[in-house]
Design a protein around this ligand. Structure first.
Ligand SMILES: Cc1cc2nc3c(=O)[nH]c(=O)nc-3n(C[C@H](O)[C@H](O)[C@H](O)COP(=O)(O)OP(=O)(O)OC[C@H]3O[C@@H](n4cnc5c(N)ncnc54)[C@H](O)[C@@H]3O)c2cc1C
Length: 525
């Protein structure tokens, strides 16, 4: 049995944890981060790295998105500290940020919503700024081809494949960019940049060191146990160990779904949430996740973004009929699939596209006009047919219904108005649409064979239910009193977004802010 002593022990090395530790260190507290995986970064390293962290001007909008399940004090804390936290990170790490121009709030037409958006992302980070920790950085969800430094903004244009000159220009710029040395982008940049900040501040990150239990003394949390090692925390413990997306038992219990659709970090199994519960902490939003439709590809789920917005595609359920605005924000889309918005559930779910769509756009990272892997067809994820009737037979939906759906949809494509579900009405839908498609960038007819159908399943970027916390990131009991010495942020805590999703970066933005606020409170304690 070994024992080590710190002021603050942080559990998990994602955005929330590393920000908490960085803040603690700069407030002269002795901090340590323990990480169960062999590499640091968690889902943060896998992510797009977008951050939604505006100031108080977003109050009306956030209230609308988060709803009544989130206290006004927490919403206000996010908005009050967001810009400060961004500055703090900029000051103490090599990270620099840039706006993602035109990436709308996910509900831009809602009260206070902005069509020009509020998302920022890391600027490409030269690897020389990250030092030797680079070899311990967790893998991205998808590596860009040929070591290109693809940003979230680039992805928008790349998805247009052969259809838009900016796609080709983006490829040319990214190719030329490789000559100036390797750079990290998106979540890779965010995680590596925060880690560089921790190294500069002298904060150790102990890899391969899972917290197994919390240690208490007289009702106060005084440390953690990692197997037979005890880490004492004089001020307190910050739980930032991600969600429970890869815990089959908890997923079945709270979501009625297993883990097959998640793209979150494999080591996010809910240990910290359960450890908090064992001490009497309350949990909220456990039936929620950062949902998004996914293609159940043979190598793992593929999270669909632009694929649903681009013209020449539509989505049906097992009846062969549409049931949703296909281009809706991903959380809302899956709420509808799961039957949480009044109709449904709408399973199975099929994305149907025609040849023009395949000839023009990137699809699940595959270039236009290139054949799709045989294994997708063998696994039943992809189906191809020369007629809609044949396609309907292959995926087991009524042929007449599918034909009627496509016919009606093609009419909407001509007029530019989706009279059934309003696809393309929102600035969010149009962001990932095709600007050259007139009159509606999200609506194109499905006319040319062969037609493809792709299976979609309810997927997620991680879970968003977890320990109840207050505006200081303190973990609360059922009666809303804090458990002394215990804090939580990121996906270990129930989200400040409630059941909604304000905009790109709405998980990472709050993760940084509440990690920061936990450390602030620990320093003041
Ligand atoms: C492909 C993808 C794209 C995404 N894009 C975006 C985006 O652009 N913007 C956005 O806001 N969100 C995005 N997300 C979601 C976002 O990445 C996560 O919500 C966020 O990273 C959660 O941060 P976190 O600090 O709570 O947890 P994580 O970053 O997941 O870190 C948690 C860490 O805790 C560790 N851990 C778990 N259990 C223990 C234990 N017992 N002891 C010690 N360590 C433990 C884990 O191994 C992990 O490293 C994306 C997610 C994915 C997968």
């Amino acid at each position: 049995m070994t024992e080590e002593e710190y002021d603050v022990v942080v559990v998990g090395s994602g955005a929330a944890g590393m920000t908490a530790a960085l803040t603690a260190a700069h407030l002269d507290l002795r901090a340590v981060v323990v990480e169960s995986a062999a590499k640091f970064g968690g889902s943060t390293a896998r992510s797009g790295g977008g951050l939604w962290m505006p100031g108080p001007e977003a109050a009306t909008y956030l209230k609308h998105v988060a709803g009544d399940e989130v206290s006004p004090a927490r919403r206000d804390a996010l908005l009050e500290h967001g810009p400060t936290v961004l500055n703090f990170v900029r000051k103490h790490t090599p990270l620099r940020f840039m706006r993602v121009p035109g990436y709308p709030d996910y509900h831009p037409e809602a009260p206070g919503g902005l069509a020009e958006g509020r998302t920022v992302e890391p600027r490409p980070l030269p690897v020389r700024r990250t030092g030797k920790d680079l070899e311990d950085l967790a893998e991205p969800y998808q590596a860009a081809p040929n070591g290109m430094a693809v940003t979230a903004l680039d992805y928008r244009w790349l998805s247009l494949g052969l259809r838009h000159p900016r796609a080709a220009l983006t490829v040319a710029r990214l190719t030329a960019g490789r000559l100036t040395g390797r750079k990290l982008t998106m979540g890779q940049a965010l995680a590596a940049g925060l880690r560089a900040g921790l190294r500069a501040a002298g904060v150790p990150v102990l890899l391969g060191t899972p917290m197994t239990a919390l240690v208490t003394d007289g009702g106060r949390v005084t440390g953690i146990r990692c197997g037979d090692r005890t880490l004492t925390a004089r001020r307190g413990v910050v739980l930032t160990a991600g969600g429970f997306e890869h815990n089959e038992r908890l997923r079945r219990q709270h979501h009625g779904l297993g883990t097959t659709g998640t793209v979150g970090a494999p080591t996010n199994v809910g240990t910290a949430i359960e450890a908090g519960q064992a001490l009497g902490a309350a949990v909220d939003l456990m039936d929620e996740a950062w949902w998004g439709p996914a293609l159940p590809l043979t190598g793992g789920p593929y999270f669909c973004l632009a694929e649903r917005n681009l013209p020449g595609s539509l989505i049906v359920d097992g009846t062969g009929r549409r049931f949703v605005d296909e281009a809706a924000p991903y959380v809302d889309f899956v709420h509808t699939v799961l039957g949480r918005t009044g109709t449904g559930p709408h399973l199975p779910t099929w994305l149907v596209v025609d040849r023009t769509y395949r000839d023009r756009y990137l699809f699940a990272g595959r270039a236009p006009r290139t054949p799709l892997p045989r294994r997708w067809f063998d696994a039943g994820v992809a189906h191809r047919a020369d007629t809609l009737d044949d396609l309907a037979a292959r995926i087991g939906v009524p042929a007449e219904a599918l034909r009627g759906t496509v016919e009606r949809f093609n009419g909407f494509a001509t007029t530019g108005r989706d009279e059934d579900f309003g696809r393309g009405d929102s600035a969010y839908d149009r962001y990932y649409g095709d600007p050259r498609q007139r009159p509606n960038p999200c609506l194109g007819p499905l006319l040319r064979p062969p037609f493809h159908a792709f299976a979609l399943i309810p997927g997620d970027l991680g879970t968003k239910g977890g320990l109840r916390t207050d505006e200081r990131a303190r973990v609360l009991r059922e009666d809303d009193t804090p458990i002394p010495g215990l804090y939580a942020a990121g996906n270990t805590s129930a989200s400040v977004m409630g059941r909604g999703y304000a905009g790109a970066g709405a998980t990472l933005g709050p993760a940084l802010v509440f990690g920061y606020l936990a450390a602030l409170d620990l320093a003041a304690d």
